[in-house]
Design a protein around this ligand. Structure first.
Ligand SMILES: Nc1ncnc2c1ncn2[C@@H]1O[C@H](COP(=O)(O)OP(=O)(O)O)[C@@H](O)[C@H]1O
Ligand SMILES: [Mg+2]
Length: 287
């Protein structure tokens, strides 16, 4: 794996630096399906941008554009302030844009350290043999630096909890030089406690100066760690909000399609009223 050239990383406090990643009105069409239309978002170093939306909202399509998997066919995608057209995931990675997908691309029966270096094994000596001792040491140190307590890096990845597995994937991306870390629904398959574990590592990556794009359909997972919230609905943006500008309740209501739900509640209320015997239909026996 290529380590991206060490461009001077803007400090989180430096608001004059261009965003790490930015989309301006990007769109994506698959045949006759408009998967995404006019979506704008920013990601700054040292911040977490959450992308929220129901199934089919376009979250995965958006991050696949960010990750170089899909080319956008409308609007602009900027990295470090310059418009780009990425040729593939490799090119994104070379720019320090790493993506952790839900399936994690890990081999359950292989050890933690093996998985950590999968595809980019450190070599040693004239025969360029895989430097096992070094791989184990680095994996152990990187995990420890992220505050990840893995008892034994020799244990198979399959024996880790879901949260731990996600955390190993995050630590791996950080080690290989990610500046922007994209996580597609890392908490959706996890229980409350395990989700908390992953949220902690997201915060830890942010504190190390990375920008994190955190995809989730759960506003309760997004709100505590997010600096910005982009809400998608059927491929369009319902807006991007800085944390100061939206409460958790507003975010939840927006996510749930607030207006649609209000309408539904009204409709159901009316239906209930129609079938509830009112005073007029009360039997003659009542006083
Ligand atoms: N490769 C594809 N080909 C055709 N349609 C696609 C493709 N990828 C996504 N879509 C469609 O785009 C829309 C958004 O999907 P997606 O980005 O996966 O949503 P989300 O991740 O929010 O659930 C859906 O209607 C989906 O069926
Ligand atoms: Mg998805």
């Amino acid at each position: 794996m290529t380590v991206p050239s060490p461009s001077p990383s803007p400090s989180p406090a430096d608001s004059s630096a261009p965003p790490l990643l930015e989309t301006r009105e990007v769109g994506k069409v698959f045949g006759s399906v408009i998967a995404l239309r006019g979506v704008s978002m920013v990601l700054h170093a040292g911040e977490v941008t959450c992308v929220l939306g129901d199934n089919g909202a376009g979250k995965s399509t958006l991050i696949k554009i960010l990750a170089g998997v899909h080319a956008h066919d409308g609007g602009e995608y900027l990295v470090d302030g310059s418009p780009v057209r990425l040729g593939g995931p490799r090119e994104a990675l070379d720019r320090g844009i790493a993506t952790v997908y839900q399936d994690l691309a890990m081999i359950p029966l292989m050890s933690v350290w093996r998985n950590f270096f999968l595809g980019s094994e450190p070599v040693t000596g004239p025969l360029r043999r895989f430097d096992v001792a070094r791989a184990k040491r680095v994996a152990r140190e990187e995990l420890r630096d992220m505050g990840i307590d893995i008892r034994d890096v020799d244990q198979p990845v399959g024996t880790l909890s879901g949260g731990e597995r996600q955390s190993v994937a995050i630590a791996r991306a950080v080690h290989f030089g990610a500046r922007a870390l994209i996580l597609d629904e890392p908490t959706s398959a996890l229980g409350v406690k395990q989700a908390g574990v992953v949220l902690r590592y997201i915060a830890r990556a942010r504190d190390r100066g990375l920008g994190v794009v955190f995809i989730t359909h759960n506003p309760h997972h997004a709100y505590p760690v997010g600096d910005r919230f982009l809400v998608l609905n059927r491929g369009t943006s319902l807006g991007q909000f800085a944390k100061a500008d939206i409460t958790r309740e507003e975010l939840t209501s927006l996510m749930a399609g607030g207006a649609e739900l209000d309408h539904l509640a009204h409709e159901l209320g009316r239906a209930a009223a129609d079938t509830t015997p009112g005073p007029a239909s009360a039997g003659p026996g009542t006083t």
